[in-house]
Design a protein around this ligand. Sequence first.
Ligand SMILES: Cc1cc2nc3c(=O)[nH]c(=O)nc-3n(C[C@H](O)[C@H](O)[C@H](O)COP(=O)(O)OP(=O)(O)OC[C@H]3O[C@@H](n4cnc5c(N)ncnc54)[C@H](O)[C@@H]3O)c2cc1C
Length: 479
Amino acid sequence: MYDVAVIGAGIIGSFVARELSKYDLDIVLIEKDTDIANGTTKANSAIIHAGYDAVPGTLKARLNALGNPMYDSVCKELDVHFKRIGSMVIATNQEEIKKIKNLYERGLKNGIPNMEILDAEKVRQKEAGINEDVIGALYAPTAGIICPWELAVALAENAADNGVEIKLESQVTDIEKVENNYHIYTEKEKIKAKYVINCGGLYSEEISKMVGDKSFKITPRRGEYNILDKNAGNIVKHVIFQAPTEYGKGVIVTPTVHGNLLVGPNAEDIDDKGNTKTTREGIELIREVSKKTIKRIPFNLTITSFSGLRAKPDTGDFIIEESKAAKGFINVAGIESPGLSAAPAIAEYVIDIFKGINCHLKGKRDFKPNRRPLIRFMELSNEEKSRVINEDPRYGRIICRCEGITEGEIVDAINRNAGARTLDAVKRRVRPGMGRCQGGFCGPRVMEILARELGKDINDIVKDGSQSYILVDETKSGL
Ligand SMILES: Cc1cc2nc3c(=O)[nH]c(=O)nc-3n(C[C@H](O)[C@H](O)[C@H](O)COP(=O)(O)OP(=O)(O)OC[C@H]3O[C@@H](n4cnc5c(N)ncnc54)[C@H](O)[C@@H]3O)c2cc1C
């Protein structure tokens, strides 16, 4: 019997599991997919918002304002890339100047520090390439960029280092309350826990219904993106938003934490919670709307397109509470934007709720806050590279030529706690396949390493989903 079962290993479930692992508790993190961060967490704008956008008084506003400053320390503890590059919301006419002033006022109410309204000249001093018709901007220096799945994986790994058991490929299909405990059914087994925390993202509605709580509805709202080659990564230095319209925050143009350029998203309500297709219309729309920020984005340098699904709640705010229908069952649902920015504060908020319903919470003396640092070969000096190769020659073998990723890094990504089991899981952890060729050259070599390290037949290595086999048969086997 576990003390706590956390359902869903996105950024929220991973943060919550790690926060809980600071206490003397038996914890299990249950995830339906083959990896951590395979839901909304893997496909979003990756911005740690400053916090001026959400309506004052909402949980979104409060937890974004609290979450943003927590990022420096958590990323340091877990050795995760994070850059506080600041954001601008641009205005191209007087109507939009009014809008950015409203955002500024909201920001003051939300307690956001150091915001400024910039005139056209100051905007251009900060962003030389911005369109000439930009007449002002709301500047927020505390906004940042991150790699959300890198963080979620690091949190899950650190949670596992601190005793959390992670069960992947374990879709929760039913939950039963038996006396004071919960029996959680997956396709594989029955898991017993005293408390359940529902961090199921888009599916948190379905999970909540399993305990008879039908109090909210989640609608998927799709957003599509283009990601451009690193040669386009320095077109802007800040996260550039457009003044909000009735369709939302507009299209963002931003560098990524790894140096690419990200353009998107659009916003489209859809019915299917599994539909992460990109569409010609969606991509054309984001390219057209991005011209308002920068007229000539070199879309010929696009290396891939993707889409993510926002978990839009019908309540209009995050739903973070013990269910009224089921004692000891906590919903952490409707975590749409700024869910990533708010995530560390959401985890603390959940612990407070948890403390309120569980008087026996005791801090763990031997909690390990730090993750073993990664060796990122391309970030080392020449002396450090030589030393690392001397210690382990696998760091001298480059597997991914686009990103400069070595065999040593891939082997480490597989063999850590919460390690990679699929081709895409390796890609998300250490980036082979994230470059221009998108894995065309390194994919087969990464598969060989995965098969060797996991002791599997190479035919059993999957791309991402449990049935996404890459190799089907030998060619020329009859010759
Ligand atoms: C287009 C877009 C742009 C965004 N931009 C930003 C941004 O710039 N900044 C920001 O702060 N936020 C942003 N967000 C919001 C942010 O991405 C989310 O708030 C965050 O990723 C939500 O994380 P989560 O853990 O709740 O959900 P998820 O990442 O979806 O995790 C839920 C997990 O639960 C698992 N699960 C579901 N059902 C079951 C089941 N039955 N059994 C077991 N496991 C299950 C899923 O597989 C999944 O891994 C954006 C979102 C989108 C879509």
